[in-house]
Design a protein around this ligand. Sequence first.
Ligand code: ADP
Length: 215
Amino acid sequence: MRVVLLGPPGSGKGTCAKIIGEVYGVPVITTGDMLRVAVVMATPLGVTAKGYMERGELVPDDLVNDLVAERLREPDAVDGFILDGYPRSPKQAEALDSILKKSGKMLDHVLHVNLEYEVIIDRLSARRSCPKCGAIFNLVNKPPRATGKCDACATTLIQRDDDKPEVIRRRLEVYREKTQPLLDFYEKKGEIKTIRGDIDLKQLPAALRRVLGYG
Ligand code: ADP
């Protein structure tokens, strides 16, 4: 099962990706997380990516294309994957197309997780994450049990540098300019399925099942 998730930053792609990945038993490949690891490890890719990410800009296509091509060659991704945060520009969509063509494979679904920009800005400004285990909280609708501490491992929660209001606005502009055109690109190839990104967490698995037509 091969699925691409499209949608603005903060729309809820990651949450959908996790659910779908578990249903199909395939890895979720999140370029944002891979790049954040590279930054922390200060690899050559991370050193270059850092500035782009802090400004809310896209990391150059060639670097991300290589990163994803390599990840897709790993054994766990050979029979399927959920791509979260890639492709994000026409060049990346073409690169993915050529990887798939070379291996004679096709995408099964392109899922558009959509949400109004005003809701996204409120949501991302309230997002906090655990730097140790990666758990995500939201001060408004999913607060941690103890203020500022991770429910799972009690580590002090942090706000991602790029979740500051001015960077959020830049990320949304970049989405509109670079990623939104991909909706047309994939629409021409076949049907894009759309789901709202603010469906209640309890209802989300069933909603995804209806939209993608499994189970
Ligand atoms: P969001 O979708 O909420 O913006 P991500 O975690 O997906 O957050 O991405 C964070 C940052 O990582 C982006 O703003 C960008 O700088 C970089 N990034 C992630 N995926 C890509 C990609 N496919 N191409 C270029 N840059 C990327």
